[in-house]
Design a protein around this ligand. Structure first.
Ligand code: DP6
Length: 346
């Protein structure tokens, strides 16, 4: 007999950035963070988990049709945690099939190019954890499952929810209070939109994991960021989201992105994630806001050159009609050549 369950998980883009670990093994962060979940119609991972005592090759993972490694410490941590939760259920109710003892087969697919450098590990680990939790019929809430997904990839803990999600850093050594919670569902702010500019599809030079370790070890700005800048930005961002205050949301989003990339530049040796197209995208957003006489667009960049622009539906034609022409003027960038564009509904 084969037991099976399927689920999807969305991509999230942080507007208050996670950057720095106080415990690299458990993926415990040095600051809280907050993200916006992108629409699953555009960006999501679909994962099917199955298990059977007839599977003889041990646990396995196929990602976009190719065999992928499951022996990594992070994947193993997720498997171990989920199995022990299932085993606890089986110990209480002995009539349950012993799924915890069977090998698990995962088949996972992204509906976006994995190579595009978009946050695929977040959706990937979130879908992995959700699919196995469903297979095991675990009663755990999304927040409880976020504790497991966090051990796969920090940002993955925020992909257990849609909408606006906070990851509270927590202060316990065992990480039991370092989990995600919903700030507001997507329906709370239905006019919110995101546009993604793929400024380079090349794989990123410095991985988030090693980049943040280098920052923690060498940056002086980092201390200021985690003690003052981020706590203030978290509070302001929660207020902006709850009050649907776009100008405030946008300012904090842009300041956060700038603070994060300044901290990267202050790392020794410095880490640069943005390229010339990224910088031109910032200027294009500034030009749009200057022309509108108010803030109607916000940029943000993660650990790579790709730009996400947040805006409200009422300004869609202004944003879409201005962003690419301005970008083209500044860089000679042409749609369909150096990147792809997509307007994503949140
Ligand atoms: C810049 O979640 O990829 O996107 O926990 O080491 O897997 P690991 O890091 P990861 O880092 C994401 C960093 C970021 C900011 C964010 O998403 O908050």
């Amino acid at each position: 007999k084969v037991y099976r369950a399927s689920t999807t998980a969305p991509v999230n883009i942080a507007v208050v950035k996670y950057w720095g670990k106080r415990d690299p093994k458990l993926n415990l962060p040095t600051n809280s963070s907050l993200s916006v979940t992108l629409s699953q119609a555009d960006l999501r991972t679909l994962t099917t988990a199955s298990c059977s005592s007839s599977y003889t090759d041990g646990d396995s993972l196929t990602l976009n049709g190719e065999a992928s490694d499951v022996s990594g410490a992070r994947t193993q941590a997720c498997f171990r945690e989920l199995r022990s939760r299932r085993a606890a259920l089986e110990a209480v109710d002995t009539s349950l099939p012993k799924l915890s003892a069977m090998p698990v087969k995962l088949v996972s697919e992204n509906n976006f190019p994995t190579a595009a450098g978009l946050a695929s590990s977040a959706a990937g680990f979130a879908a992995l954890v959700k699919a196995i939790a469903l297979l095991y019929e675990l009663p755990d809430s999304p927040s409880e499952l976020s504790l497991v997904a966090r051990q796969g990839s920090g940002s993955a803990c925020r992909s257990l929810f849609g909408g606006y999600v906070a990851w509270r850093m927590g202060d316990k050594d065992d990480g039991s209070d370092s989990k995600a919670e919903l700030i507001a569902p997507a329906e709370h702010w239905p006019e919110m939109r995101a546009l993604i500019l793929v400024a380079s599809a090349a794989k990123k030079g410095v991985s988030s994991t090693s980049g943040m370790q280098q920052t923690v070890a060498t940056s002086g700005l980092f201390q200021q960021r985690i003690s003052k800048v981020v706590p203030a930005n978290m509070a302001a961002m929660e207020e902006a989201v709850k009050g649907r205050d776009f100008a405030k949301f946008a300012e904090v989003t842009m300041r956060e992105s700038n603070s994060f990339h300044a901290t990267c530049a202050d790392t020794y040796p410095p880490i640069f994630y943005m390229n010339d197209i990224s910088k031109a995208a910032i200027r294009a957003v500034e030009a749009i806001n200057a022309k509108a006489g108010k803030t109607i667009a916000a940029y943000t960049f993660d650990a790579g050159p790709n730009c996400v622009v947040y805006y409200l539906e009422e300004n869609a034609s202004t944003i879409l009609g201005t962003f690419y022409p301005v970008l083209a003027e500044v860089t000679g960038w042409k749609e369909g050549t150096a990147g792809i564009k997509s307007a994503v509904e949140i």
